[in-house]
Write a protein that binds this ligand. Structure first.
Ligand code: PLP
Length: 415
């Protein structure tokens, strides 16, 4: 195999169909940001949209903004734009709350609709993102003896789905390994057994094309602050397929999900459409940032994003193996591009210290306990030459043993 060079990477950047998008982002001229799968970078559009909201809408219109600026429909207007990114109809998606809360809301709704008699299992993956497991543990306790949570190792998930399964909850792209489930095949399997399926799209949306409609998926949730760049703690989204919208009762029966909130009636009556899964008053500041960042995605071809993502992850793996061999890194992410999302992870016994040393060199990835270093490759603003520079820094850290500096052993609250 011929060795890859920095010039090869620069050449790939020249022919990159998405290269224009980098200027939409505020990218530090120093270092390399490979953590857009944890917190996406700020877009000029989001910054401008938040400024406009604060200075020209909130400041001047106050309560009238709900009408004059149509804040009241902003969650569904954003949902309709997000729908294209996940293969949904415009009326199947809305933006609300956090991923954790949306997961709770939809998992409860699915259990109430589909669990009865022997059908009382919730199937999920051990090692799923913690909030998914914790939410399911909590709701199983809350809903009582009618439900049983079956969290099993990844390789047993498919065999555990059976005629007693009410709901399957899976993360499409694994947060640590980037392993990707075959969404159409797993959805089909769940349906053959009469189960409903909830997909967590946190590491998929904005990173690769998702086709919930094509897969026949029932419900889904996803994150606004990772690949969608909606800002720290940005509102999340939820999807319910049309055929299920009447059948799924809202789990948090707040007034904003009422059929007519401004009737101020004493009795709850759910909205007929996706709005029933709203809970309280939408946070317009957070939605405004997401509004801005989605205006960039409105112009993005997700097939082009996937194409570049595959190239970037492939390049990252190849370069680490070429430049950092013999230093104890082992690849956790699937080698087969068809089975992986848009990040690359390696196991190393000193992963935490290595990541701290990289961050000190302005190469920002992250660490996932107990021993995984993770690098997110975000096609809209990561260049091939950034991959080269990041791997060069990793090599330097490993070869010089710079990671052994004592203070790198001290764990920070957020890793
Ligand atoms: C990031 C992530 C979440 C985040 O949930 P929050 O409620 O936003 O904290 C949930 N699930 C998965 C799979 C994630 O990767």
């Amino acid at each position: 195999m011929t060795r890859l060079t920095q010039a090869d990477c620069a050449a790939l950047d020249q022919s990159d169909a998405l290269r224009e998008f980098r200027s939409e982002f505020i990218v530090s001229p120093e270092g390399v940001y490979l953590d857009g799968n944890s917190l996406g970078l700020l877009t000029h559009a989001a910054r401008d949209r938040v400024r406009t909201l604060v200075e020209q809408e909130w400041a001047t219109d106050a309560v009238q903004g709900w009408h004059k600026r149509d804040w009241v429909n902003l969650p569904e207007r954003l949902g309709a734009r997000l729908a294209r990114l996940v293969g949904a109809h415009a009326d199947e998606v809305t933006v609300a709350d956090s991923t954790s809360v949306n997961l709770f809301k939809l998992a409860v709704a699915c259990c109430r609709a589909n669990a009865s008699g022997k059908r009382r299992k919730i199937v999920t993956e051990l090692g799923n993102f913690p909030t998914d497991l914790y939410i399911l543990q909590g709701l199983t306790e809350l809903l009582g003896s009618n439900l049983e949570l079956c969290a099993v190792p990844r390789e047993q998930v498919l065999n555990t789905i059976d005629g007693d399964t009410a709901l399957v909850v899976l993360t499409h792209v694994h947060y640590k390994s980037a392993d990707m489930f075959d969404m159409p095949a797993v959805t089909r399997l769940a349906h053959e057994h009469g189960a409903l399926i909830l997909w967590d799209l946190c590491h998929s949306v904005g990173a690769l094309p998702v086709d919930l409609g094509g897969a026949g998926a029932d419900v889904a949730v996803g994150c606004g602050y990772k690949y969608l760049n909606g800002g720290p703690g940005a509102p999340a989204f939820l999807y319910v397929k049309r055929e299920l919208q009447q059948r799924l009762q809202p789990s948090i029966t707040g007034w904003m999900g009422h059929a007519n909130p401004f009737e101020f009636g004493d009795d709850y009556r759910p909205a007929a459409d996706i709005r029933r899964h709203r809970s309280g008053t939408p946070g317009i500041l957070g939605l405004a940032a997401l509004d801005g960042s989605l205006s960039v995605f409105d112009r993005v071809d997700m097939q082009a994003v996937r194409h570049k993502s595959v190239r970037l992850t492939e390049l990252f793996i190849e370069l680490v193996e070429q430049e950092c061999a013999g230093h104890g890194l082992s690849l956790v992410t699937p080698r087969d591009a068809a089975q992986r999302g848009s990040h690359v992870s390696f196991q190393h016994d000193n992963g935490y210290e290595i990541m701290r040393a990289l961050i000190a060199r302005n190469v920002v990835g992250d660490f996932r306990a107990p021993d995984v270093v993770r690098f997110g490759l975000t096609p809209l603003y990561t260049r091939h030459v950034d991959v080269w520079n990041a791997v060069a820094a990793l090599r330097e850290v490993l070869e010089t043993g710079a990671w052994q500096q004592a203070d790198y052993r001290i764990r920070l609250a957020v890793t």
